[in-house]
Design a protein around this ligand. Structure first.
Ligand code: AMP
Ligand code: GLY
Length: 416
């Protein structure tokens, strides 16, 4: 069985690793991949410039199925094109990928299916956005894919003005409207389900730490770490989320006639009034994948192949009971900028943890160097949260590069 993962970051490194470790030992490919990913997966031969040429290259190589890691390819119709050519694809078709690509589309879906979420308004221009803000803090979201940069939590008028100026006047994210959302408070949790034509299975719940600094201070990032465990949230809360959010969403997809085979990610805020859905993603989370996938046992590759072909066979995989902590090491300047070419030290000295590469490459001497904002994820496990935290922090302390940034409270904050 030949499987290809589409993407190049830490999540894709984790997906490629989990597929390669599957009981059925598939031949794993990746596109576009990275130097670190190519230690486990093969590079897809052929010239690729767009979705069609990517699918052609897959056909040429005899790829049996495709796993969409990055949302941008799914939003461009990767699953539609690959499925047309007979390649089962894990990841939704373009229309359903709108759940992630358009925040307005997602909010309309949530309201149509009575899924708990905050109230919102949509604005076409600067003036109507400003007048839609009723109180502070307020949440402003650009309605489109913005690599996690399109959301601003504004505590006063001048912060709102400066975000809206970036959107409407500077055109930072291109054309698009802005959603003005009710500000919600509480710890967040990411619940990711494998969904195949109306059937679903919930994976190990995780929590992503999005702010740059300890204590959730500082700028929003793509995620500075994550914690995952079957008991991250209690059983009753998980059943409530299952019923009101996951099942309601899967049923909603069916009643709206929206084809969906792939991971459906629910980003939730656990408010005093119960869980509320902040967003959908139509793929695994990053860095949640790096925390969750090491806990998956069995035949993950056959599981995704069957599910991509329309049959969710839950017994093909199992979930480990332990805790997993993922620590992200980011480069100097992140998230406003990033610094490349800093040599990464200590990679050979870590033991008993996994190291996934998000933004690295090999230099001419064959050393790994930084190549992006989020550079590495060090993932340790333990029978309880404390030992998982100890394990990952001890091992991560052996890895460094000039200017590296990391949080010291991953897996600890929100548990006191
Ligand atoms: P999103 O891309 O919609 O998930 O937003 C990114 C992050 O912004 C979320 O993970 C939250 O930390 C924060 N956020 C989004 N929506 C809200 C909201 N309505 N209230 C408070 N924080 C929010
Ligand atoms: N961890 C958040 C995301 O993948 O969008």
């Amino acid at each position: 069985m030949k499987v290809i993962v589409v993407g190049k970051g830490g999540r894709e490194h984790a997906l490629v690793t989990a597929l390669a470790e599957s009981e059925s030992s598939p031949e794993v490919y990746c596109y576009p991949g990275s130097d670190a990913i190519f230690e486990t997966a093969k590079q897809l031969p052929g010239e690729v410039s767009d979705v069609d040429s990517l699918v052609q290259a897959m056909l040429h190589e005899g790829i049996d199925f495709c796993v969409g890691g990055e949302e941008s390819w799914l939003a461009k119709g990767l699953a539609d094109r690959a499925r047309e050519k007979g390649i089962p694809t894990w990841g939704p078709v373009k229309e359903s990928a709108q759940l992630e690509a358009s925040k307005e589309f997602a909010k309309e879906f949530m309201f149509r299916h009575n899924i708990p979420t905050g109230s919102y308004e949509v604005a076409n221009d600067y003036e109507s956005a400003m007048s839609a803000i009723k109180k502070y803090p307020t949440v402003l979201k650009f309605d489109g894919l913005a690599a996690g940069k399109g959301v601003a939590i504004c505590s006063n008028e001048s912060e709102a003005e400066s975000f809206l100026k970036e959107v409407y006047i500077d055109g930072r994210f291109g054309d698009g409207r802005v959603l003005i959302e009710e500000f919600l408070e509480g710890p967040e949790v990411s619940v990711i389900a494998a969904v195949s034509d109306g059937e679903y299975q919930i994976f190990t719940p995780a929590r992503d730490y999005k702010r740059l600094g300890d204590g959730d201070e500082g700028l929003n990032t793509g995620g500075m770490g994550a914690v995952a465990s079957r008991v991250l949230i209690d059983k009753d809360l998980l059943s409530l989320i299952d019923r009101e959010v996951i099942k309601a969403s899967v049923d909603g997809l069916i009643s709206d006639d929206m084809d969906f085979r792939g991971f459906l990610y629910a980003g939730l805020m656990l408010t005093e009034d119960g869980p509320k859905l902040l967003e959908y993603n139509c793929r695994f989370g990053d860095p949640e994948a790096q925390a969750v996938l090491p806990l998956v046992g069995g035949d993950f590759s056959s599981y995704l192949f069957e599910a991509a072909s329309g049959s969710l066979q839950q017994d093909l995989i199992s979930f480990d009971e332990s805790w997993s902590i993922c620590l992200v090491l980011a480069s100097a300047g992140y998230p406003n900028s990033s610094r490349n070419d800093d040599v990464i030290r200590g990679l050979d000295s870590v033991e008993g943890v996994r190291v996934y590469h998000a933004g690295t490459k090999k230099n001419e001497s064959g050393e790994y160097v930084t190549n992006g904002g989020r550079v590495l994820a060090v993932v340790g496990r333990g029978d309880d949260r404390e030992s998982a935290v100890r394990n990952s922090y001890n091992e991560a302390s052996k890895v460094s590069f000039d200017g590296d940034q990391r949080r010291s409270d991953i897996g600890q904050m929100h548990f006191e």
